[in-house]
Design a protein around this ligand. Structure first.
Ligand code: ATP
Ligand code: MG
Length: 252
């Protein structure tokens, strides 16, 4: 063993195991659409198995943060580590292969395709995606509707399909944008149960949410954004004590 290898081994033995647990680590992220400078130096991390929310008022930059992770903004600078790997210079089509599943606000269900065709369409990003049978167990409504066209689905069914489709690809880091928006309370509750199940399977979830009552019981930590900055980080244990402060920040 040469000295450099020995030094490396000693180093790794004494370095706390941090990087391996971090599925997402963003440092000094700036994002631009054309000339518009939207994100102004975002720092955040999400550990393996955590569910973390991005809260904020309209236009705060929450969707832009998720899009920036996927390299779907005009331009981005800074650092975005996924599974310990720097991705800031990776093209968009390679980023999903690191195990990322992005559910955009508009859901992206193909109206002319059936439920099952929608499920089978996106390419696998990892090898151990959820088999169709298991998906249909987790989402019994989709099993009933497996031959229905996308257009025939209710908003809630479309949202379940959007989530299920990501699970099918094997993604284990989920970026979810306002998945409860416009849905009936009973569907919102069901989505909460689904996210709990995904968390129990060890998935890592970064969730943009307007519905704080939905997010609060299932999240481990919260970030609050304003004008393209992260202005607060609130662990779940402090949520109760800081409720008034959060309400003021979020305008609820
Ligand atoms: N494609 C775009 N081109 C130019 N500006 C954009 C674009 N998309 C968003 N913006 C601007 O970036 C800012 C942040 O928008 P973003 O969509 O990230 O907000 P948000 O926090 O998701 O809020 P909401 O979803 O309620 O609008 C806003 O000022 C918005 O107008
Ligand atoms: Mg948004």
């Amino acid at each position: 063993m040469n000295t450099a290898t020995a030094a490396l081994q000693t180093h790794s033995q004494h370095t706390p195991h941090v990087a391996g647990d971090e599925k997402i680590r963003i440092s000094d992220l700036h994002a631009f659409y054309g000339e518009s400078h939207i994100l102004h130096g975002i720092d955040l991390y999400v550990n393996q198995g955590e569910l973390v929310t991005l809260l904020g008022r309209n236009g705060a930059g929450r969707s832009t943060t998720l899009k920036a992770i996927m390299n779907m903004v005009g331009r981005r600078t800074g650092s975005i580590m996924i599974n310990g790997r720097e991705t800031i210079d990776l093209p968009a089509h390679q980023i999903a292969w690191l195990g990322l599943g992005f559910c955009p606000e508009e859901r992206g269900i193909f109206a002319s395709l059936s439920v099952e065709e929608n499920l089978l369409l996106p390419p696998d990003v990892r090898s151990d995606g959820m088999p169709l049978e298991e998906i249909y167990q987790m989402f019994p409504n989709l099993a009933e509707r497996r031959n229905s066209q996308g257009t025939r689905l209710s908003g809630g069914e479309q949202q379940m399909l959007a989530l299920a489709r990501i699970m099918r690809t094997g993604a284990n880091i989920l970026l979810l944008d306002e998945i409860t928006e416009g849905l009936a309370p009973v569907i919102v509750q069901r989505l909460g149960e689904v996210l709990q199940q995904l968390k129990q399977r060890g998935l890592t979830i970064l969730l943009v949410e307007q519905n704080f009552h939905f997010a609060a019981p299932i999240a481990d930590r919260h970030y609050v954004m304003e004008h393209g900055h992260i202005i607060e980080e609130v662990p779940q244990q402090q949520l109760h004590a800081r409720q008034d402060q959060l309400n003021a920040l979020l305008g609820v």
